[in-house]
Design a protein around this ligand. Structure first.
Ligand code: PLP
Length: 400
């Protein structure tokens, strides 16, 4: 069902809605809250957000902003202190030296990607991305009037993005490549060597490279993956980096992200933003500033817990031969193949399996269909160990 099908036939919507689909991941959230309102004890491993609370020092900064009446319009691209802090964060983390003017603060990483799509892509353009992948990337390209081109990654390669299939998909119409690493829903992290080979094929061409780093602080292996530095060194003038405080600092509801881009692109993204949301709320900007410049122990604590949960959940799922799963190296999701659990005369699709798990076992997962990967399910491990244990017990009881 596309966006245009969501309303009655008598309402005429803009043509662009005909190709755009509502977020299936948000549909899981709605289904969970409906069940909870009816008093059902549902375990939600479908949501793509941390279960931790926003760190205290971040909340204190936001409260201070309200108390100090920091409640008026700010500059569209964000307060200069926050833009500087974001630039510094990337300099410290990756060794890339963006000016504060190259930073635009956006309403979550999602609006960073949206502004970028609206600023760079349009009718007649093709934009390559990888699937299984986060659906908004594709829908935003459609909203911009461009054509998304999907390149598949494979469970056998732990869903890692490889250069050759992307380069094979390039045509004279290609205007952009959008890569998400660490990836949602797969947890895959792109390697420096594959990115290097991809850059070899793209550098100097009229093709933008957009890197969605929204899970950048949630990686669990020591394998080097300094993708921003490689892009900075070899094709900074073709690169847009997108990040966010949402996942790293448990701040999904605050809505703060950013882009770092060549100055002209940053300015164009700011134009898009200035006519839509104007800017991120003044209070959230103060909170994000505290997150980036305050103590970082909260991030390490959360990462440590995600790692322990990943290892526990992976060991349970991997021990059940009906699931085929690889150990993800980033984000907070497991993405097992559940096709062994499907059959033509039973539950035929992963969407049906997920629906049955929700109604009968009261465990919410997200079907692979939401990520262009039927036959898979996404299990979030952004939940406490006790909750994960109980969810797995319920799933096992249901499957028995
Ligand atoms: C891959 C990916 N990119 C970007 C985002 C956007 O995050 P936010 O807008 O909350 O910062 C998400 C959120 O789920 C995501 O999974």
């Amino acid at each position: 069902m596309s966006g245009a099908d969501c309303v009655s036939d008598t309402i005429r919507l803009a043509d662009r809605l005909a190709k755009v689909f509502p977020s299936q991941t948000q549909q899981v959230t709605v289904a969970v809250s409906q069940l909870r309102r009816r008093g059902v004890d549902v375990i939600d491993l479908g949501a793509g957000e941390p279960d931790f609370h926003t760190p205290e020092h971040v909340k204190t900064a936001a409260a201070a902003a309200i108390r100090d009446d920091f409640t008026r319009y700010t500059a569209g691209a964000g307060i200069i202190e926050l833009r500087e802090a974001i630039a510094r964060h990337y300099a410290d983390r990756y060794g890339v030296t963006y000016d504060a003017e190259a930073v635009v603060v956006t309403t979550g990483g999602k609006q960073g990607l949206y502004n970028t799509a609206m600023a760079l892509f349009g009718p007649g353009d093709e934009v390559i991305t990888h699937v299984p992948g986060w659906p908004s990337i594709i829908e935003q390209v459609q909203l911009a009037g461009a054509e998304p081109v999907r390149v598949r990654t494979w469970a056998e390669h732990r869903f890692e993005v490889q250069a050759d299939p992307i380069l094979d998909a390039v045509t004279p119409q290609t205007r952009g490549v959008v890569i998400n690493s660490p990836g949602n829903p797969t947890g895959a992290v792109m390697s420096e060597s594959e990115l290097g080979r991809l850059v070899d094929g793209l550098v100097g061409r009229d093709i933008w490279f957009v890197l969605d780093l929204c899970y950048e602080q949630l990686t669990y292996e020591d394998t080097p993956s300094n993708l921003p530095r490689l892009l900075w060194d070899r094709m900074a003038d073709q690169t847009v980096l997108v990040g966010s405080v949402s996942k790293s600092y448990a701040m999904t509801g605050w809505r703060c992200g950013w882009i770092l881009a060549p100055l002209a692109v940053a300015a164009a993204c700011n134009v898009v933003q200035s006519h839509s949301t104007s800017h991120v709320t003044s209070i959230t900007q103060c909170a994000a500033l505290a997150a980036l410049t305050g103590p970082q122990a909260c991030v390490s604590m959360m990462r440590k817990q995600y790692l322990a949960r990943r290892d526990a959940l992976f060991s349970w799922v991997d021990a059940d031969s009906r699931f085929r799963v690889s150990r993800p190296t980033g984000a907070f999701y497991l993405f097992p193949d559940v096709s062994e659990l499907l059959s033509p005369d039973g539950r035929r699709t992963s969407a049906e399996l997920v629906q049955a798990l929700l109604t009968d076992a009261h465990v919410a997962l997200t079907p692979g269909e939401a990520f262009d990967a039927p036959g898979f399910v996404r299990i979030s491990y952004a939940a406490s160990m006790d909750v994960l244990q109980e969810a797995w017990r319920r799933i096992q009881r249901f499957l028995a």
